[in-house]
Ligand binder design. Structure first.
Ligand code: CMP
Length: 139
């Protein structure tokens, strides 16, 4: 398994002032932050990032939501990063997320679910490249 994954702290968690607490949980779980920035998506950029979900009924809402405020984007490093990060964040729907997971603690709904985590090594690379230039991920 690859050693990097990609995450976003979504607008709900950023707006609520939970970015620091979430990054602390990420570091305490053994992930190293190898690239990070605060930024904001346009609806068009959100649409591009989530293009794989284009046919889903929630796609338009998701793109509006993800461009509704600032986010933090980061590349994280750890052995078995993709799978271990998905365990740390919990199920997409916070109602189904395990106790102690980031989404259980911070998510507001299935859409405003505090954080994103890549679902494969291949997508981790694509998503990291979407946000970060070579110079921004020299670590
Ligand atoms: P994420 O892990 O970023 O990947 C796709 C996102 O779409 C997901 O988190 C949620 O924010 C959103 N999403 C997934 N399923 C649904 C759904 N059934 N209804 C609304 N939003 C959803």
């Amino acid at each position: 398994a690859g050693n990097r994954t990609f995450t976003m702290i979504k607008p709900d968690a950023f707006e609520a002032g939970n970015s620091g607490a979430i990054l602390k949980m990420i570091e305490e779980a053994g992930f190293k932050i190898v690239a990070m920035k605060a930024t904001r998506l346009t609806p068009e950029l959100a649409g591009k990032f989530y293009e794989v979900h284009k046919a889903r009924p929630f796609y338009a809402d998701l793109c509006n939501y993800m461009s509704s405020g600032p986010i933090i984007a980061a590349i994280l490093e750890k052995d078995n990063a993709v799978e271990d990060f998905r365990t740390l964040i919990g199920a997409t729907n916070p109602a189904n997320a395990a106790e102690g997971t980031i989404r259980k603690i911070f998510a507001k709904s299935i859409e405003a679910n505090a954080v994103h985590g890549s679902d494969s090594d291949e997508n981790a690379k694509i998503e990291g490249d979407f946000y970060f230039s070579q110079l921004e991920r020299v670590l």
